[in-house]
Design a protein around this ligand. Sequence first.
Ligand code: FMN
Length: 370
Amino acid sequence: MRNWSGIHTSEDARNIAKRRLPWMVFDYFDGAAGAGHGDLLNQQAIRDMRLQTRVLVDVEKRNIGKSILGIDAKVPFGISPMGMCNLACPGADLMLARYAAKYNIPHGASTAASTSLERIGKEANGHAWFQLYFGGNQEVSDSLLDRAEAAGYETLIFTVDVPEVGRRPRELRHGFKMPFKIGPRQFIDFALHPHWSISSLIAGAPTLANFDNNGAFDRTASRAGVNWDFLDRIRQRWKGKLVVKGVLHEGDAKQLVAHGVDAIQVSSHGGRQLESVAEPIHALARIRTALGDDFPLIYDSGLRTGEDICKAYAMGADFVMLGRPLLFAMAAGGEKGLHQLCDVLSQEVSIALAQMGLNDISQVDSSVLL
Ligand SMILES: Cc1cc2nc3c(=O)[nH]c(=O)nc-3n(C[C@H](O)[C@H](O)[C@H](O)COP(=O)(O)O)c2cc1C
């Protein structure tokens, strides 16, 4: 594919997105807990890991496809659930869904999505996994699960690392709220980013589309009462596969296995919850050791390049999910931007495999780390 969009790395996508998006939206996407050190330290920890090269291996044929929970993905990454993706550009949720359908990869459809779970499910053609946030109201979460089941979802991601929403000062400074509250500061912000503002005006301001009335879901609500009994209730209710997302402790991981979950997503929520969080990439290795080789582990947080993706596999992931880079790619170049970045990441993985003397991403294990 011709690289018309200027996206040669995920950092390129971020830089273009930074120019195009209103400050409020860029800081909602890019922000993390506190001053963002937790997020940056994890990215640094991944960057600091070294891969071992090997020579004179025939690596002409290389496979970057990976299987997870019965899916044969054609690329070695999926789409982590993210709320309000249509803030990147109109139609972003469905761009992700189409990409998931084309490449056979999981697409986390968030409770806080800006497109209904039914529309995402249809467009993703069976590849969407519904992500549940418990919003404090049992009836609301029961009805979301009923809808997900009726829409044919087979896998549920239950996110458990948001007992309270992390303090993200970059969001707070801009007064980021759903639905938008437009004061003088936001007005200036939108006026200075006319391309985004006009296209969003024409398409209609993004809303929390899983709820008739934006007010039925408060993304900042406390979920502090959610406990193991609640998990058991979900496990009994949801007949499909259950992934629990946001786990960083080996003891929690072992308990989750005992409670019958099908997979664990090791994640720090991209550093958005606790600034002093231990690097999730290291938690991944500890949890892999604690659970042994066979239990399905998915990883997200801080992956920015194909080499990063290989490192997560080397640390014990069975599959990885991406967050912010996909939003930035769509903000930078719409659907073409998304495909461009995903092609770049796929090429980076393939080239890293060649350098490591491997023919298949499934061969990546701890032996490639120095
Ligand atoms: C803008 C934004 C919205 C998010 N919304 C959700 C969400 O609704 N549910 C959820 O489980 N995780 C959510 N996440 C966290 C992602 O699923 C993922 O854990 C994180 O973005 C991965 O880190 P990365 O952005 O460094 O790749 C969100 C992340 C971002 C950046």
